[in-house]
Structures are given as structure tokens and as C-alpha cells.
Design a protein around this ligand. Structure first.
Ligand SMILES: [Fe+2]
Length: 482
């Protein structure tokens, strides 16, 4: 049992204390040692709690989540336990039979806030279903989960723990149908930073809510502004600078890199994925990271240079960039008359737009703005075409409406009140008239996108409304050259 759980138990006991009458308190004291101890005063209560702390060890495996490692024959498995235990994963290609195993590592991001475990499944064959358990023999194993390797994916951003269940249900159903094989969550993940006194509990609640997805398919993430810190006054100082985000996930290259999960890249099928930090590590970044995560622009430059080499482009013709905040959004907080105006959009454009064009990035996927928008290829605030056949420049898609609301979530009574860029009274949140580079924008429902990379020359993008699972937008991108 960890201390935060201990504090919770003490709170519960204190609440019960006020409700007990002397008569039933006496009766309870004989049946329940908690009540017995509390009747002897606070010191006894603490003694009981300490005895409980010493005797009880909670190594139940919780919040299982997968991630790609950058090697298509591997899969990273992450999970959480309250108390320390070994980090072992066992797997095989038949249910209940696990001939292979690997030992990983675990760490606490902050004293008494649980252990985050990671272990890697190796030697995967393509297009095969694998069954696995994680944990250890003495601490206990998880139930069996399974996953299959295949190159299709789903994308959403800005989820949180409220208003998100329908999105999870829709995505889960499509995963079972084989329409989605893995997930990219484009930042603003649990919104635990909004919960002053339930920070850890909110992260745990979020992991619990997505386990039906995350234990069965890679769940990739990038940092958003809501991963920066915890507002819990007891731990805020220790949890700034994306400490929790970097402890609870393990993205490709993060195990031995100074920039951890903040920015990274990996290849998968015919795609080079580059995940950037729109929050730190470039001039004008929203958060000053004291260079903790190194020089992102230099790293991105070299990563794209290599990815764009002819021999690499031949193998992986597509380059996708994932980043939380958009460069181009026609929500009126981010641009005016087609020109980016928000501080972050301007800074991102200054540091990255030329790089993305020079090295022929194909598509940018963003979140942050709690609505949906697909743009035309654009450069320096100008549309450079309306066709997605051999587009001259990158275009971006914003899917920031997986579940979270724009304003304080507790004030929301319906999703229509909670999204940026809405019709009705919020219609003016869109920049009017619609900029020429904005192709389709929508903010009246939650939603998620599915990206299908057919091959090296065709990709298919679809965005679905959550309420009726209807298709809101789609586009096919074709290119015959790199
Ligand atoms: Fe955000």
C-alpha cells in the first residue's frame, strides 16, 4: 500500500468517525479493528495504519499498455503496481501458453506514488496474434492480453477522463473489427493536472479507462501542455517538466535518450513517424525546460535529413509528423485572416515549417484545439493547392476532440458546450471568413480519425463523429514521387 492510498484510507476512516454513534461505535469496535483503533484516538489509528502498511503489499498488475519500440519485431509492455515487484513479461502465440519471457525494469516517478514497469517482447513475427501476461511469479500476474501486429492506425487527441467513454467504446469496437490496429494519442492525455488533490488517482483512472485499448494494441503518445505538471500542491514542484509523462510511458528511444518521450521517431511499414514536442526545446516554446530535453530543432533536422535520403525514402516513402499544438488552425485563437497569431503557432512555424518543407514531410497530425480541421497543403500562410494528389507542401489535420472540454470540465453539461469552434453560440470561435488553406472544419461532436496507409503511394484518412459513428470527413492522398 502506498502512502497516498494510506492517506485516502485515513480520510475515509475520519469521515466514518463523525457518523458513528457511541452505541454502534462500540459494536463496530469489536468487529472491525479500524473502528476499534480510531476509538482509541489518532495515535492508535496511525499505529493500525502503519501495521497495515507493513503487512500489506499490493503488487496487483494494473493499467497495462503497449507501445512500439521502433523495431517492428518488438513490443514494449508497460504496467503499474502500488508496491515494488519484478518486471517480467511472458508470451507465446497460443492462449495460455507462454514459452518466452523477458525481464524489464521499474521505477517510481515520485516517492510513494507507485511503480511503473516496462519490459519488451522480442522476436515477433509479422501479422501474428500474440498472447501475454505481465507481472511476476511472487507478486502476481496480470490476466492474459493479446495483440496483433499490422500497419493500420487510429488517431485522436485531448481526451481526459470525462466525456471520453464513447470515444473509447467506438475505438474499441473498431479494434475488434480489425479496422484499427494501433493508436496515436496526440497529447493532452489524462488531464490529471486539473485535479489538485487527485492527481495520481486521475492518472490511474485514465489508464484504467483505456486498458481495453492499450493492452491490446500499441498506444503511442506525444506531450501536450496538460502533461507539464501536477497542480497538487504537495507534489507540484517535483512533477513539473513532464516528469510524470516521461515516467508513465516509454516511447521509442526513450530508454536511453536525454529527451525521453518528448520527441522521438520510428519507422513502421512504409512510414517514418516523427513525434515532436510542441511544448519544449525550441525558441519560443511554451514551457522553458532549461535545455533539459536538449536541442530539439537540431535533432529533428538530422532525423528528417536521414529519413529523406533517397535510399530511405524508397523504403519508407511517407513521413508523418505528430505534434500537439498546430501551426495552422483556423480557430480564432490561433490565426487571423489565415495568418498564425497565437504565440505557440508562430513559434512552431518559425522553428519547423521550413524544415518540414525542405525534407518533404507529407502530413502533420495535431491536437490541442478541441475540434476537427483538415487543411490544404500550405506554406508561409498560403494555400499551395487544393489537390491531395502529389501535394507540393505538407498539410495538417487537427483531431483534438477525443473527449475533453475546452472550459472547465465540471461546468460542462453537454459536449456541444464543451468544444472549441462550435456552431451556435460558439460559432465565432472560427476565424471568419474561412482561410483559404482550411478545407474542412467541424466542432459539434467528439471524434477520432483512422489513417490507413495502403502502400507507398496511397493513404486514406477518415474522421468519424462519436455520437453516431458517422463519417464526417475523408481524403485520399496519392503521390507518385518523393
Ligand atoms: Fe493542449
Amino acid at each position: 500500500m502506498k502512502l497516498y492510498e494510506l492517506r485516502r484510507r485515513l480520510t475515509v476512516v475520519a469521515a466514518l468517525r463523525g457518523k458513528l454513534s457511541p452505541a454502534n461505535a462500540n459494536e463496530t469496535s469489536q468487529a472491525n479493528p479500524v473502528f476499534y483503533c480510531k476509538m482509541k484516538g489518532l495515535s492508535c489509528l496511525l499505529l493500525f495504519a502503519c501495521v497495515s502498511f507493513c503487512l500489506a503489499s499490493d503488487t496487483e498488475v494494473r493499467y497495462v499498455h503497449l507501445a512500439l519500440t521502433g523495431n517492428t519485431t518488438e513490443m514494449s509492455v508497460g504496467w503499474y503496481t502500488e508496491d515494488a515487484s519484478k518486471s517480467t513479461v511472458r508470451w507465446g502465440d497460443k492462449p495460455g501458453d507462454y514459452p518466452f519471457s523477458a525481464v524489464g525494469t521499474s521505477s517510481e516517478w515520485h516517492n510513494d506514488y507507485g511503480y511503473n514497469h516496462f519490459a519488451t517482447i522480442i522476436n515477433l513475427r509479422p501479422n501474428t496474434r500474440y498472447y501475454y501476461v505481465c507481472g511476476d511469479a511472487s507478486g502476481g500476474w496480470s490476466r492474459e492480453f493479446s495483440f496483433k501486429s499490422a500497419p493500420v492506425k487510429g488517431i485522436y487527441g485531448d481526451m481526459g477522463t470525462e466525456n471520453s467513454q464513447k470515444t473509447i467504446d467506438r475505438v474499441s469496437a473498431k479494434m475488434q473489427n480489425g479496422e484499427i490496429d494501433w493508436i496515436y494519442h496526440v497529447g493532452d492525455i489524462s488531464y490529471a493536472d486539473k485535479h489538485y488533490f487527485n492527481f495520481q488517482k486521475t492518472w490511474n483512472s485514465w489508464f484504467n479507462s483505456i486498458q481495453s485499448i492499450s493492452a491490446s494494441a500499441p498506444y503511442m503518445v506525444c506531450p501536450g501542455n496538460h502533461e507539464y505538471e501536477a497542480y497538487n500542491p504537495f507534489i507540484m514542484l517535483q512533477s513539473r517538466n513532464f516528469v510524470v509523462y516521461n515516467a508513465r510511458f516509454r516511447m521509442p528511444q526513450s530508454a536511453n535518450s536525454s529527451h525521453q518521450n518528448m520527441y522521438y521517431s520510428f519507422d513502421y511499414g512504409p512510414v517514418h513517424f516523427l513525434s515532436i514536442s510542441t511544448e519544449t526545446s525550441f525558441d519560443g516554446a511554451p514551457f522553458d525546460d532549461d535545455h533539459k530535453f536538449a536541442d530539439q530543432v537540431a535533432w529533428v533536422t538530422e532525423d528528417l535529413r536521414v529519413a529523406n535520403l533517397p535510399e530511405n525514402r524508397k523504403q519508407r516513402p511517407w513521413i508523418f509528423v505528430i505534434g500537439h499544438r498546430p501551426m495552422y488552425s483556423s480557430c480564432d485563437e490561433y490565426s487571423s485572416k489565415g495568418v498564425p497569431t497565437s504565440k505557440s503557432s508562430v513559434a512552431i512555424q518559425k522553428s519547423f515549417e521550413d524544415l518540414f518543407n525542405k525534407f518533404k514531410v507529407d502530413v502533420l497530425f495535431n491536437g490541442h484545439v478541441h475540434s476537427y480541421e483538415r487543411n490544404y497543403p500550405a506554406y508561409k500562410n498560403k494555400r499551395t493547392g487544393t489537390s491531395y494528389v502529389n501535394p507540393k507542401n505538407p498539410f495538417n489535420i487537427i483531431t483534438g476532440c477525443a473527449g475533453v472540454s475546452h472550459r472547465n470540465q465540471r461546468d460542462m453539461s453537454s459536449c456541444e458546450q464543451s468544444l472549441e469552434g462550435l456552431k451556435n453560440e460558439h460559432e465565432t470561435k472560427w476565424d471568419l471568413p474561412q482561410p483559404e488553406w482550411s478545407a474542412h472544419r467541424y466542432g459539434s461532436d467528439y471524434g477520432y480519425g483512422i489513417l490507413t496507409v495502403t502502400n507507398g503511394t496511397h493513404l486514406d484518412w477518415k474522421f468519424y463523429r462519436v455520437s453516431d459513428d458517422g463519417l464526417e470527413d475523408s481524403v485520399v492522398v496519392q503521390k507518385s514521387f518523393v
